[in-house]
Write a protein of this length. Structure first.
Length: 224
């Protein structure tokens, strides 16, 4: 992995640690403002991206609509921060961790640091991870029984709806019709459409692992 990506990941990890410390030691009013600042960071990212595309005359409904799964995750993060909602928090947690971490290791970007594409990519994905840290340590979010299956169902609804839109208009939102141009996990999951089924299995395993610590914590203590 290039050194610039390693340093970027370490920087995001350090910011996450600072957020955990703030959530543990700051009073509630300051934690509220921290949540709003994280929501602003995600909204500012979206505004910046669309302003840049508009200025370059690059807005196109074939790739600029907010129909990627990561867009849904960012929306879930903002909703969780500003208008707390259990399903939104569950989507942010499971999809955010299962999708964002692999994406950050094998990013679908054409240029490395200090390109603007690089900065935007890690801005968005890093902010999602920071939001998850805030939800867990600042808001006390904990997956409940059935959480992972609710999110799995929501992801399949997303795939069905967006896949139908892709098929109707010849688009590729969610990479449901074609793999990313740059190396990714999908390269090891078979050709289309089999890699979609493989991703279903990967999602179940990833969600199960993300739920495991909380499932163990929910177990009643054994009687002495």
């Amino acid at each position: 992995m290039p050194i610039d990506r390693v340093l970027t990941l370490l920087t995001i990890a350090a910011l996450g640690y600072l957020i955990v410390l703030a959530c543990r030691h700051w009073p509630e009013p300051r934690r509220v403002w921290l949540g709003r600042a994280l929501a602003f960071a995600l909204c500012a990212y979206a505004a910046t991206v669309y302003f840049q595309m508009a200025a370059a005359g690059a807005l196109s409904i074939s790739y600029a609509l907010p129909l990627e799964l990561c867009h849904c995750v960012m929306l879930a993060c903002v909703v969780s921060l500003l208008r707390p909602n259990r399903l939104a928090s569950e989507i942010a947690y499971f999809c955010g961790l299962a999708g964002t971490v692999p994406a950050m290791i094998t990013p679908d970007i054409g240029r490395d640091f200090p390109s603007w594409d690089y900065v935007q990519f890690y801005w968005a994905h890093g902010a999602v991870l920071l939001v998850i840290a805030f939800l867990v340590f600042g808001r006390g979010f904990r997956p409940q029984r059935g959480s992972m299956w609710r999110v799995f169902a929501a992801v399949n609804v997303y795939a069905a709806v967006v896949g139908a839109v892709d098929a109707a208009f010849g688009w590729n939102y969610g990479y449901l019709c074609e793999k990313p141009a740059h190396p990714s996990l999908m390269d090891y999951l078979g050709p289309w459409p089999w890699y979609i089924l493989s991703l279903e299995a990967v999602a179940v395993v990833a969600f199960w692992l993300l739920d495991l610590p909380w499932r163990l914590a929910r177990r009643p203590p054994e009687a002495g």
